[in-house]
Write a protein that binds this ligand. Structure first.
Ligand code: FMN
Length: 158
């Protein structure tokens, strides 16, 4: 059994969005969204490099990273901490590339060619739960509140 629980895997696969933090050479943080972030196996997350030059550069110097995935309706999610490697050739690249191109391995087809993938080994996980979950507040209530909020935003913006 790996570090990723079934619920973690479901949330990551469903959300199709994770924010990855890496460390710049000067020690400052770098955070950017990865819409292809998904589960590779019970211990690894993966995303396609479609335009993440700073993330890639940082990982080549320092593999430390964190990905946060959040369900914005439920206001819950997970933090995944670990190290990541840039995979740009070899058998592992072929395997990951095939999964993204063909939509196998539980991975959604991106339809976009990637020259590199980032494979993260998760070493630490933590739940993310909004402080808005005051005593007695249920997930159903939270979902209703934020579904309404986002519907209003969409109406305003359309
Ligand atoms: C919604 C959204 C999803 C994105 N998904 C990805 C992705 O899966 N892979 C990727 O390489 N870039 C993705 N990007 C683009 C990068 O986040 C963006 O180019 C960013 O500036 C890269 O910064 P970095 O070089 O610091 O990683 C996405 C951007 C947005 C807005």
């Amino acid at each position: 059994m790996g570090i990723l629980t079934d619920d973690m895997k479901q949330v990551v696969r469903q959300q199709r969005m994770g924010f990855m933090a890496t460390v710049c050479p000067d020690g400052s943080p770098n955070l950017s969204p990865k819409g292809t972030a998904t589960v590779w196996d019970d211990d690894h997350l993966v995303f396609a490099d479609l335009g993440s030059p700073v993330t890639i550069q940082n990982l080549e110097h320092n593999p430390a990273c964190e990905i946060n995935v959040l369900d914005v309706f439920l206001r819950k999610g997970y933090r995944f901490k670990g190290t990541a490697q840039v995979v740009s050739n070899g058998d592992l690249f072929d395997e990951i590339n095939k999964a993204f191109i063909e939509g196998t391995h539980g991975i959604r087809r991106t339809g976009l060619p990637a020259k590199r993938y980032v494979l993260m080994t998760v070493t630490k996980t933590a739940p993310l739960v909004s402080p808005g979950y005051t005593p007695g507040k249920t997930e159903a209530e939270m979902r209703e509140e934020w579904t309404g909020y986002w519907a209003g935003v969409q109406e305003t913006n359309s």
